[in-house]
Design a protein around this ligand. Structure first.
Ligand code: SF4
Length: 767
């Protein structure tokens, strides 16, 4: 029986805190998957939908970007959070015209993200006219003409910004960037600007390609896996199966994180007897509870020790042949790291030197090392330098371009990597832009566009007047909530292409549109018949995805259809891009992709292979580094950053609960961390609470402090939080996003990637 959406909003007085778990998944994970599925979809639809999830003939999970195994797939090839993501999309709850007539936008703006998301699938395009109090239904021609008219009315194409979330398919992303560039701008901010931009920047510079170099097989063949700044149990749960397999093959696993996350410690695989009946598999052999932002110092320390041991026993630690023949910059790097100040390492990491040395010994003795990381590393001021430092250690050991070894940034949203491959980037290389221009005969601008932070600044300052987003929940994903909200409210028109209601719909421009689309789970029938789309996972595997459910409403378009419809409306029939034909048959889009996007030749045939195909990656495939300036891997010498927190302050990171994926809130429990029925909590080490004189459970306002803010706003406040004593690293606190995003200054960003520094915010607790 499908349950009704909540009428009342969240009541946080019911907060219940218990001991954090020291294992992940198991039967509770299965139970929650089924319960959430049945609540949203009913029994039959739950069974029918989950059967197709991540299967070759089915659809790709709309959750994270973890890859499917090559060859055999299990009957249940998904995790608890994948099942929750599907339940949210395939829900039977509906938000139709009656809902919008009943609820003024001002009332909806008072609701939480959770309440809004739980109302169900949007069934009709709706328009909020200037000065109106309610969204009203409109037909598609009207909706598309409102957007086209607003774009045509701008003084220049640069007055519009076009955001993309990481769920958008390759086909939709390709036609979207084509539309934006045909319109005359590269203003293509995306969610990657806020998550793995630092990984892309550092890897492109050091290896020549901004993507990870490992396959799933590499992970299971590695003898040493180091997982840094990542919580796979919640954010990439099927990674635990790969870690378990690696462990079975004899791998040593090292976890480096400020919080002792359950999924790093032990995995109870619900698909085997040991997971169901026994204790499961212990994962991390070493757990380094590092301070926030201390990872750069850790990897410099490891580099220092490896150099020292090589000096003591030449030819035993470094891969000198690799260094000599395939890299450059080693001498400068070695000189820099040999001069390391160990007292600074102690301060930055909070680790014992003995544990740093133990882990360095593991690196020195490993034949096949993989280093994985996620957003714990990418959202600091010195994130690019930190990832360069990981690359240094991996390169000095020659751990790239051979089986069981490499660099593995683990991406978040399911197609965030594919969107980039398809051209969703404000600064695509000239080669891509020239190919696009030649393929379609349209003029493509060369001036770099706005990224996410740049787009918010431009809206705030009145330089961008139309904001369009394909997917996502921009207001809740972005930093500095008050500034981002004011920026969107200052637009003449905000347009959101969405499946469900979210906060960005109720924090709107003078006029606003919600354009509802089909989801991954749903059938997409066009004039040429049923269509499929393609996606790229975190390990560069491109494969097909085809939904089978009937769409939530017959008023929904597919994203491809919508973008092409807008192209036709904006440019008219005489335009060189055949918008109408592209929407009829996605094979035509894929033919263009095969001629424009590097590595995608013969795209239509290769995505029809059972497991799709793997995009080329020169360092992985042939130990070539053709994307760097001199075609060699690049060592870098990076000044050490030590985050210093004033007396009486804490360093805060934002994080996800186990009941959310990015900005989508599935529920109010964070099961592994023992938090129930609340989200406005701040996790603080008990010793820090004692030192601060703040008892566990105290109601506090979080106040962030950033003296360098160019706007002069040195303090930001987030009220109504409750303190939870938790075994975080000393001096480090954690709170969920989006609730804590209001504390992140817009202009506090990573050097070299412009990613907001969501993992290192200086705060004080105000009682
Ligand atoms: S691991 Fe990621 S892709 Fe796989 S089912 Fe879970 S959420 Fe979906």
């Amino acid at each position: 029986m499908v349950s009704k959406p909540p009428t009342e909003d969240v009541d946080e007085t019911d907060l219940d805190v218990s001991e954090p778990k020291d294992w992940a998944a198991g039967l509770p994970g299965v139970a929650v998957s089924l319960r959430r599925g049945v609540e949203q979809m009913g029994v039959v639809r739950t069974a029918r939908t989950l059967r197709l999830l991540n299967q070759r003939e089915g659809f790709d999970c709309p959750g994270c970007a973890w890859p499917e195994p090559h060859g055999h797939r299990k009957v249940a090839e998904f995790c608890e959070n994948g099942a929750k993501a599907v339940a949210e999309e395939a829900t039977r709850r509906r938000v139709g015209p009656g809902f919008f007539a009943e609820h003024p936008v001002s009332e909806l703006a008072e609701r939480t993200d959770y309440w809004l998301g739980q109302q169900g699938r949007i069934t009709h395009p709706v328009l909020l006219r200037p000065g109106a109090t309610h969204y009203e239904p409109v037909d598609w021609p009207t909706a598309l003409s409102v957007v086209a008219d607003a774009l045509r009315g701008l003084d220049s194409p640069g007055e519009a910004a076009f955001y993309t979330s990481g769920r958008t398919s390759n086909e939709a992303a390709f036609v979207y960037q084509l539309l934006v560039r045909s319109f005359g701008t590269n203003n293509l901010p995306d969610c990657s600007n806020m998550c793995h931009e630092s990984s892309g920047a550092a890897l492109a510079e050091t290896t020549g390609i901004g993507k990870g170099s490992v396959t799933l097989a590499d992970l299971t063949e590695a003898d040493l896996i180091v997982v840094v700044g990542q919580n796979p149990g919640t954010n990439h749960p099927r990674m635990l199966s790969a870690l378990e397999e690696a462990k079975g093959n004899g791998a040593t696993i090292v976890a480096v994180n400020p919080l002792p996350e359950a999924g790093l410690l032990r995995f109870k695989n619900p698909q085997n007897a040991r997971g169901v009946l026994g204790k499961g598999t212990a994962l991390a052999d070493e757990f380094l509870q590092i301070k926030l932002g201390g990872d750069q110092a850790l990897f410099q320390a490891i580099g220092n020790l490896l150099l020292r041991w090589e000096d003591e026993a030449p030819g035993t630690v470094l891969d000198q042949d690799f260094i000599d023949t395939r890299s450059e910059g080693f001498a400068e790097y070695a000189e820099h790291v040999r001069a390391l100040d160990w007292a600074e390492v102690d301060t930055a990491t909070g680790l014992d030197r003995a544990e740093v040395e133990r882990v360095a010994r593991l690196f020195a003795g490993s034949e096949r090392t993989v280093v994985c990381w996620a957003m714990g590393l990418t959202q600091h001021k010195h994130s690019v330098a930190t990832i360069r430092e990981i690359a240094n250690v991996v390169l000095m050991r020659g751990m790239i371009g051979k089986p069981g070894a490499g660099l593995c940034p683990v991406r978040g949203h399911s197609n965030v990597q594919g969107d980039r491959t398809m051209g969703i980037w404000e600064k695509m290389p000239e080669k891509f832009l020239a190919a696009l221009e030649s393929e379609f005969g349209v003029a493509v601008p060369r001036e770099p566009g706005l990224d996410t932070v740049g787009a918010i600044r431009a809206m705030r300052d009145g330089r961008v007047k139309v904001f369009m987003a394909v997917g996502g929940n921009f207001v809740s994903a972005a930093p500095d909530t008050a500034v981002t909200e004011a920026a969107l409210r200052s637009c003449a028109l905000t347009v959101h292409v969405s499946t469900k209601l979210n906060r960005s719909h109720v924090v709107h421009g003078e006029a606003a549109l919600i354009l509802p689309v089909r989801g991954r789970t749903e059938r997409d029938t066009q004039d040429a018949g049923d269509q499929f789309v393609t996606v790229e996972d975190s390990m560069s595997v491109v494969h097909r995805s085809q939904g089978r459910l009937a769409p939530a409403s017959d008023m929904l378009m597919s994203e491809v259809e919508l973008v092409c419809g807008l192209g036709r409306e904006l440019f008219g029939d005489g335009h060189p891009v055949p918008w109408v034909e592209l929407a009829r048959d996605y094979d035509l889009i894929r033919d263009h992709i095969s001629r424009v996007v590097p590595g995608c030749a013969d795209y239509n045939a290769r995505v029809r292979q059972p497991d799709g195909f793997v995009l080329p990656h020169a360092p992985r495939d042939s130990r070539e580094f053709t994307g760097t300036r001199d075609d060699k891997a690049v060592f870098t010498a990076n000044p050490l950053t030590v985050l210093r927190v004033p007396e009486g302050r804490l360093l805060l990171q934002t994080m996800r609960s186990h009941d959310q994926y990015n900005t989508t809130i599935y529920g109010l429990d964070d099961r592994y961390r023992g938090i129930k029925d609340a989200r406005r909590v701040v996790l603080v080490n008990p010793d820090d609470l004692a030192a601060l004189g703040v008892p566990d459970g105290t109601a506090v306002t979080l106040v962030s402090e950033w003296a360098e803010d160019p706007t002069g706003t040195t303090e930001r406040r987030a009220a109504d939080f409750r303190v939870v004593a938790y075994p975080t690293a000393r001096g480090c606190a954690a709170a969920y996003f989006p609730e804590a995003n209001s504390l992140i200054p817009l202009d506090s960003t990573a050097e070299g990637s412009n990613t907001p520094t969501s993992k290192s915010i200086v705060i004080r607790l105000e009682v």
